[in-house]
Design a protein around this ligand. Structure first.
Ligand SMILES: [Zn+2]
Length: 221
């Protein structure tokens, strides 16, 4: 189901993982791309808003994981991903097998589709439309967040997750480096403008005072 979080910013609840759609003027931006099993649901949510996969102008990927890149083969548009994760998203590099995270990525790699569009590598401080890229490594080495002060939204992927109304760091079991996750939360919280919407990869996104919620979490760590 598609839920509008703030004008032009939609949350797609894809059963266990979130994707987002941003309508900014004529430009349609998809943020993360669900699991390979999300195609129908994503198509339906897009259709409910009067769109199809063909209307998407670009995809902002927060990180390389099977539940965030699942339908990239359906979207013939540029795909943006953090520099370290981009070769994995594009299929030019296979995940390493060092550590639990690498191993789980290696096992899931056969299920990650090759994107239909070109993959563009981005880094800290780059801009895509009204979004500024913040490198927030930890869950994966190339994990990035996308912040738009103008739209009052931050998409933070799996840097954090929401559970029972509470924000928590990405779980250690699923992360590449938990100390790095905490450092990235601190850094993003300190740099984040006063955005309302905080959209994470898992859980219920915050519609109001998202920046404050992230700062509260940073203070707790
Ligand atoms: Zn995830």
């Amino acid at each position: 189901m598609a839920t509008e979080l703030i004008e032009g910013v939609w949350w797609f609840d894809l059963r266990g993982v979130n994707a987002y759609l941003v309508e900014d003027g004529d430009t349609l931006t998809l943020v993360d791309a669900g699991t390979p099993l999300s195609r129908r649901e994503l198509a339906r949510d897009l259709r409910d808003l009067g769109h199809g996969f063909a209307d998407i102008d670009r995809v902002l990927v927060t990180h390389y994981d099977v539940d965030h890149v699942g339908v990239l083969n359906r979207v013939d548009a540029p795909v943006y991903a953090g520099a370290t994760d981009a070769p994995l998203v594009g299929g030019e590099r296979r995940p390493g097998v060092t550590g639990r995270k690498g191993l789980s990525q290696r096992l899931a790699a056969p299920f990650c589709p090759t994107p239909a569009g070109p993959v563009r590598s981005i880094g800290d401080g780059d801009t895509v439309g009204s979004f500024t890229v913040v490198h927030t490594p930890g869950h994966t080495p190339g994990h990035v967040s996308y912040v738009s002060e103008r739209l009052s939204v931050a998409f933070v992927g799996d840097l954090v997750r929401e559970s029972g109304g509470r924000l928590e760091p990405s779980p250690g079991l699923l992360s590449h480096d938990t100390a790095q996750v905490r450092a990235s939360i601190q850094r993003l919280a300190a740099a984040l403008p006063e955005v309302d919407v905080l959209g994470m990869g898992h859980g219920v996104p915050f519609e109001r005072d998202g920046h404050e919620r992230l700062r509260e979490l940073a203070d707790r760590l």
